[in-house]
Design a protein around this ligand. Structure first.
Ligand code: ATP
Length: 310
């Protein structure tokens, strides 16, 4: 616990991070490009326009390896086109599983998951993943240039202008321009060293090049300094204009700005509403999550003050 507080000393605005039993140990949201869906589906629906309305209707789920353990139990929520919705809950609540189902890595046991009122399995696979883009918490960058990493899979139809536009929206353009070779800078293991936040912003740019109607983001739990926090928040604000955003949120700054927060615990949706509305209920899980986190950040601040005075 001490160690965790120490690590979080400079972490401004984080919220549910401290509640995770083992931060980073259970990152299961994967980028589409790194994983093949387990479920082969080859729907034919290929609309020209995707509005980005998402709905879960009574969705229940258990992992094939643990068929008796219910992970999601009749989960229902809706996300309207253009809305930003934050999924919040303690570790193991089922947030990543919701996203895994939406990305169709697994099939639900019961219920319906729809995009623009059409069940997701009816969509053309490639089109679906262009329109519903996922940014993992710890994205992997490929060996290759920044350009290669951002345009990956879209080289045929996206040009440098679109790449730069996406990088600007993701707040990573300035960083790229400060490197020796700009967009020709090498990434990956042998390339330029990047922080988790920078990698995630490259991955956001990669997603935005596809012009997704829905952006799914698994927010980094790692400690960020105030500046990185601000840069990411600003990127999120810019990216959310005109598109649906679903974020697994770990920071108070993110959930406060969300149009709606879906509070999940033990596979159930317990509460839904915006920050202000949910804080009206002192008996609700959301209220206690925020209170616990505020207490934790106060003790972090105290430790930081003590550190400075020595
Ligand atoms: P965290 O914030 O720690 O990432 P979470 O809210 O995203 O947690 P999930 O990862 O969705 O929660 O996990 C929900 C439940 O499903 C947990 O009990 C977890 O142990 C279980 N689970 C997750 N992934 C798998 C898997 N691949 N196989 C079997 N069980 C799994």
């Amino acid at each position: 616990y001490q160690l965790q507080l120490g690590e979080n000393l400079y972490n401004i605005g984080y919220v549910f991070t401290g509640l995770m039993e083992s931060v980073g140990a259970s990152r299961k949201v994967f980028e589409y490009m790194h994983r093949k869906p387990r479920i082969a589906y080859d729907g034919v629906h290929k609309p020209d326009l995707v509005q980005g309305r998402i709905a879960f209707e009574d969705v229940s789920f258990c992992y094939p390896t643990r068929p008796t353990a219910t992970v999601l139990d009749r989960v229902s929520f809706e996300v309207n086109p253009g809305e930003t919705v934050a999924l919040v809950g303690p570790s193991g609540a089922g947030k990543s599983s919701v996203i895994a189902l939406l990305e169709h890595f697994y099939e639900s046991k019961n219920g319906r998951i729809t995009l623009d009122d059409m069940e997701i399995e009816n969509f053309d696979h490639k089109l679906f993943h262009q329109r519903v883009a996922l940014v993992a918490q710890e994205p992997v960058l490929y060996d290759g240039t920044v350009r290669y990493n951002i345009l990956y899979g879209c080289e045929e139809w996206a040009d440098d202008d679109e790449m730069i536009r996406a990088a600007k929206l993701a707040n990573i353009h300035d960083f790229i321009m400060e490197t020796d070779k700009g967009y020709d800078t090498e990434c990956g293991e042998k390339g330029v060293q990047m922080s988790g936040g920078q990698k995630q912003r490259i991955a956001i740019a990669r997603a935005l090049v596809r012009k997704p109607a829905v952006l799914i983001l698994d927010e980094a739990t790692s400690a960020l300094d105030a500046e990185s926090e601000h840069i990411i928040q600003e990127a999120l604000a810019k990216c959310s204009v005109g598109r649906t955003v679903i974020v697994i949120a770990h920071r108070l700054s993110t959930v406060e700005k969300a149009d709606r927060i879906v509070v999940i615990n033990k596979g159930h949706v317990l509460q839904q509403g915006n920050h202000k509305a949910l804080m009206q209920d002192p008996n609700g899980l959301y209220y206690s999550l925020v209170q616990r986190q505020l207490l934790q950040s106060q003790s972090s601040d105290k430790l930081a003050d003590q550190g400075e005075s020595h």
